[in-house]
Write a protein that binds this ligand. Sequence first.
Ligand code: SF4
Length: 412
Amino acid sequence: APAPPPARHLFSDPAEVEALRGSLLAWYDKCRRDLPWRTLAATEPDADRRAYAVWVSEIMLQQTQVATVIDYYNRWMQKWPTLQALAQASLEEVNELWSGLGYYSRGKRLQEAARKVVSELAGQMPRTAEDLQKLLPGVGRYTAGAIASISYGQATGVVDGNVIRVLCRLRCIGADSSSPAVIDRLWDMANALVDRSRPGDFNQALMELGAMVCVPKAPLCSECPVKQHCRAQRRVSLGPTVTVMLVFAGVGSCPLCPPATEPWDSSLGVTNFPRKAAKKQPRVARSATCVLERRGCRGALEYLIVQRPSSGLLAGLWEFPSLPLAQGLQEEKQREVLADHLRAWTGQPVAARSLQFIGEVIHIFSHIHQTYVVYSLPLDGDVTLDPALSPSRWVTEEEFHASAVSTAMKKV
Ligand code: SF4
């Protein structure tokens, strides 16, 4: 077993832990933001309904900011107020509502998990973090801990980006905070710290502190309810000489201290923590895409959209006919391969020169730097869509925006 970390990185004084819990919860009671899922979790008497609301909000919050999530959450809960209602939904409906949130597989797995609870677990949600993680697709350790503590009162911790930042600062953890060894330590800490009588509130308070006070770039240390327990803050107040001595005391031998090659930078203050190894560069990809348009029978312009395969990136979403391009392909060659590809959709030869170049659209997925080379092609007369190909349909601009299309396609 690995040696326990030095005391400077631990919460080993029970009196201090009690005081920290008290200060944090008092601050949360006074300063927390009113969010719809919090209101529901605080007022709904049925624990499974609470769990469903927390689950939906937590999966959405993994995608984007709170301000954006509120509208998606409200629309989702209006359409599918219970797990049972969600289990009846089609993937198409889920994708439509999720459209614009990104990471579409998360919405899909949420719905698959709802079906599983209804069909295999007799409609009963698992009630511990361990079971939630084991039994529900798409529910990871963090989401399981959040649901179990907030909805079922299990005294289990959570570790997300906000908690990582707060804990690393409270205990001067400067080793790579994305490494499995450090993450394991942070989970141990979160589980040890969580308040036994109000675990859900405590976890939300810790995350709220990270979101509102102990923010990444300019933390509001003077307003922080736990500043008297914060070792990063103490180092700053001790001044540069003592700080450097303290930091070097651990360098080299401690798995949680900053690496010797990147010692304390006094210009950064508490934001010396946390530290992360440099991110991997995203993969670069290019696709050609064509907006095929025709005049529909009601006189409005219509555009052809086709459905992506049911697995992989943007699974099941709709897009303009597209195909990946090899790197470094000349423009003339791009047109040719795209024209070839479009023949399948139009049922007739497409001349490469008839494709009108519109421009390029860049979209950053989490791990892909994607460029769409956009062409357009107006069509005369009717086009019979081949039912043997992927599902496809003609839509007006309004219908396009209401369809399950990705943000990247909306940009196109
Ligand atoms: Fe974060 Fe500052 Fe509070 Fe420490 S004192 S936890 S660095 S906001």
